[in-house]
Ligand binder design. Structure first.
Ligand SMILES: Cc1cc2nc3c(=O)[nH]c(=O)nc-3n(C[C@H](O)[C@H](O)[C@H](O)COP(=O)(O)OP(=O)(O)OC[C@H]3O[C@@H](n4cnc5c(N)ncnc54)[C@H](O)[C@@H]3O)c2cc1C
Length: 516
């Protein structure tokens, strides 16, 4: 996946593209793979880096969603459990099963949640990972030694899956390219082109070279998440906004606060939400919140009340209370929920919505990472009915994603590269595999691979999305950033000026991940 080749494909295109997709998050990348694998000439344009938006800020769960079961959204749970099974099969290097424990402090809740989770297993059918089990008080304490056991009655253990969101995004981008798609990061769509009232292309700017392109398309698919209304307004300036951005924040703590390999689900926080504490890269990922916000930003700022809420809620379940100074990293993302303004965000459906404007712009919003493939399939089905494109069936449920390898163990830090991990190790086998960090693994070889094979062009691409350093320990990431920038500059043949600019701009982003 080489950016120059991808840009050349738009420069040399003689015919209109069958499908132009705006947005390189879960929805857009899924659609690029689905469209290209059906044989359609597909182009994806992302204004910054792949998954820079909401798609890098998830709870990292591929799940049916116990919470949606509680809301009675059986259809969404059923669909998501099916997709969970497909992802475990097609991307075992990026998605793995994980056990979750719900600690229970009253007998009737043990029965209530136990019943709900047996239903969850039944909905998964043949795609069930393992069966739900009720745990005694003693067993719960053994599995979760740091759990606050005052009044603890027992627990319920059930199974779901964990994934690496940005790595799945890169794997989808590379899979899409292998299927014939063109995907370009740092390329913004600034307007929609129409002829006789029909959408027939976009104007896009390559943010690296500054060049602008007029791109012809049979159908344009808007997959810009929380920015969806912005694109829709390029088509219909008077359209009313229907996206309710809801901010969700996570904190990362040392794993000593909750030892063990099990995630914990707090099923009912004091304001009726759920909260997860999940083992992640030998740390603990805790979240999330659900706050309605007015403004849409690329890199939203965590709110003080969100941090207090997470610390207070998880603190009640732990023997040792974490405080602000224990937070290694904090990050916020915006859910692109589709709803009426006065709905409470926790009650808004996570189903996806696909709309077609009078002029033929197709927009897909909502949904979850877990259901990205089904969303993409539905979107491309609609795209085919809108444009003069041959009607072909989706094959995406059968496609093994880039890097597919089921033999690598969870302990291997290069597992996320799947079958390419050996190639990375051998780029420079003398010193290239030493980690630059103590609190996470990032090697020179990974940086070189990110540049050569995964279209990483900025310092933040390497530190936040090709690797997850910024999300794991923000302070240490800022410390190693000069070494990483130096390696990148040597590989890309840039000078000191580039290094200084990248460091300055990265620091501005990274400071949002630190709590002082
Ligand atoms: C806090 C939180 C936790 C979550 N946890 C989970 C979870 O554990 N499991 C799960 O299944 N789901 C989870 N989700 C939901 C999931 O993350 C989202 O549904 C999904 O990432 C949305 O992807 P998207 O592609 O629609 O949007 P985005 O990821 O936001 O992608 C849209 C892209 O469009 C680009 N764009 C915008 N304007 C333009 C333009 N003019 N030109 C070109 N590109 C443009 C943006 O830069 C962006 O990259 C979570 C969401 C949040 C907020």
């Amino acid at each position: 996946m080489n950016r120059t080749d991808q840009i050349n494909a738009i420069k040399t295109a003689k015919e209109p593209w069958d499908i132009v997709i705006i947005g390189g998050g879960a929805s857009g990348l899924g659609a690029a793979l689905d469209g290209a694998s059906r044989g359609h000439k597909t182009l994806l344009l992302e204004k910054s880096d792949f998954a820079k938006g909401t798609s890098s800020k998830s709870t990292k769960l591929i799940h049916g969603g116990v919470r949606y079961l509680k809301q009675g959204n059986i259809r969404l749970v059923f669909q998501a459990l099916r997709e969970r099974g497909i992802l475990l099969k097609n991307a075992p290097h990026l998605v793995h099963k994980m056990s979750f424990i719900i600690p229970v402090y009253s007998w009737w809740r043990l029965l209530f949640y136990g019943f709900g989770l047996i239903l969850y297993d039944l909905l998964a059918g043949k795609k069930r990972i393992e069966s739900t089990v009720l745990l005694s008080r003693k067993k719960t304490r053994t599995l979760l030694p740091n759990l606050n056991d005052n009044h603890l009655v027992g627990g319920i253990a059930y199974w779901d899956a964990q994934f690496n969101d940005t790595r799945l995004a890169i794997s989808l981008a590379r899979s899409a390219v292998s299927s014939g798609a063109t995907v370009i990061n740092y390329c913004s769509v600034s307007s929609i082109v129409k002829v006789k009232g029909r959408v027939c292309g976009v104007i896009a700017k390559d943010n690296v070279s500054g060049k602008e392109y007029k791109i012809d398309a049979k159908v344009v698919l808007n997959a810009t998440g929380v920015f969806s209304n912005h694109i829709q307004q390029m088509d219909q300036p008077d359209i009313k906004s229907n996206i309710v951005p809801s901010q969700g924040t996570h904190i990362v703590l040392d794993q000593k606060f909750m030892l063990g390999n099990h995630a914990v689900l707090v099923p009912q926080t004091f304001d009726g939400r759920v909260l997860f504490s999940i083992p992640w890269h030998d740390k603990l990922l805790v979240g999330t919140t659900d706050y309605l916000v007015d403004s849409i930003e690329d890199n939203p700022t965590p709110m003080s009340e969100e941090i207090d809420y997470i610390l207070k809620t998880i603190g009640e379940y732990l023997k040792k209370q974490p405080s602000r100074k224990d937070i290694l990293s904090v990050f916020s993302g915006l859910r692109p929920l589709v709803a009426k303004k006065n709905d409470k965000t926790k009650d808004i459906s996570r189903n996806h919505s696909i709309v077609v404007s009078q002029s033929g712009l197709v927009s897909i919003t909502g949904g979850k990472w877990t259901t990205y493939r089904k969303m993409a399939e539905d979107a491309i089905d609609i795209v085919q009915s809108v444009g003069e494109i041959e009607n072909r069936r989706s094959k995406s449920a059968e496609i093994k994603l880039d890097g597919f390898d089921s033999s690598i163990t969870n302990k291997n830090p290069l597992r996320i590269y799947g079958c390419f991990s050996e190639d990375i190790l051998t780029i420079d086998s003398s010193t290239g595999n030493r980690s630059l960090g103590n609190n996470f693994y990032l090697s020179k070889n990974q940086i070189l691979w990110g540049i050569r094979e995964e279209m990483a062009i900025r310092l933040e691409d390497i530190l936040a999305r090709r690797s997850r350093c910024l999300f794991i320990d923000a302070k240490e990431t800022i410390e190693i950033a000069p070494k990483v920038a130096k390696i990148m500059a040597e590989e890309l043949a840039y000078g000191q000026e580039w290094v200084q600019k990248e460091l300055r701009e990265f620091k501005q982003v990274a400071e949002k991940y630190i709590i002082n």
